[in-house]
Design a protein around this ligand. Structure first.
Ligand code: FMN
Length: 179
């Protein structure tokens, strides 16, 4: 698949076929995460694939009411919890280097996009899930200190066609020389 095709055709997919995602495919998806850019190559991501159905249910209970991805946390053939190691991205000698402090959200955003585009390339549909109780989710997966859960990404072979939500055109957001 061409990169621009993957970028433009990727949609958030929340319903999946009853077809497993093999460990080989998962390994290739992790390669995509591995090659993501990060602050000074700090690679502060940690990825937990949750297979245990009981843990899946507990994670689903952390999802905020009304979140359209609620069912996907349990029904998706593959579920990844994307975590960050704190105080590395954006730091030099244990001190923040910019006004933005810890850049883990930025690096994990890129890693999630790599993961979702690689999934798209493999014919998988995925959705980045950010609206849930992160501390409660951390307890479910045994998150150690100095880390945060940032997102969950359920995925599987799509069982739905989704219309692309409207985008702001470049003419609206891109300017030359000044804001
Ligand atoms: C940081 C982030 C958090 C998101 N959180 C959720 C979520 O909690 N639940 C959900 O159903 N979709 C979530 N989404 C998916 C967005 O709703 C979706 O990307 C957006 O509507 C554009 O649609 P598209 O991905 O199909 O292009 C999230 C996306 C991002 C990037």
């Amino acid at each position: 698949m061409e990169l621009m095709e993957a970028i433009t055709q990727r949609r958030s997919i929340r319903k999946y076929q009853d077809r497993p995602v093999s460990d080989d495919v998962v390994r290739e998806l992790m390669d995509a995460v591995m090659w993501s850019p990060s602050w000074a190559n700090t690679q502060c991501w940690e990825v937990i694939q949750v297979k245990d159905p009981a843990k899946r249910e507990q994670l689903q209970q952390t999802i905020s009411k009304g979140n359209p991805a609620t069912k996907a946390i349990v029904s998706a053939p593959a579920l990844f919890v994307i975590c960050a190691r704190l105080k590395s991205s954006g730091y030099y000698n244990e001190k923040v280097t910019t006004k933005f402090g810890d850049w883990f959200m930025f690096d994990l955003g890129i890693a999630c996009q790599s993961l979702c585009l690689a999934a798209q390339d493999k014919g998988l549909g995925s959705v980045i899930v950010g609206l849930f109780d992160h501390d409660a989710a951390g307890k479910v997966i045994g998150l150690p200190g100095g880390h945060e859960v940032v997102a969950m990404v359920p995925m599987g072979y799509p069982a739905q066609d989704v219309k692309a939500p409207k985008r702001r055109p470049p003419e609206e957001f891109m300017r030359v020389d000044s804001f």
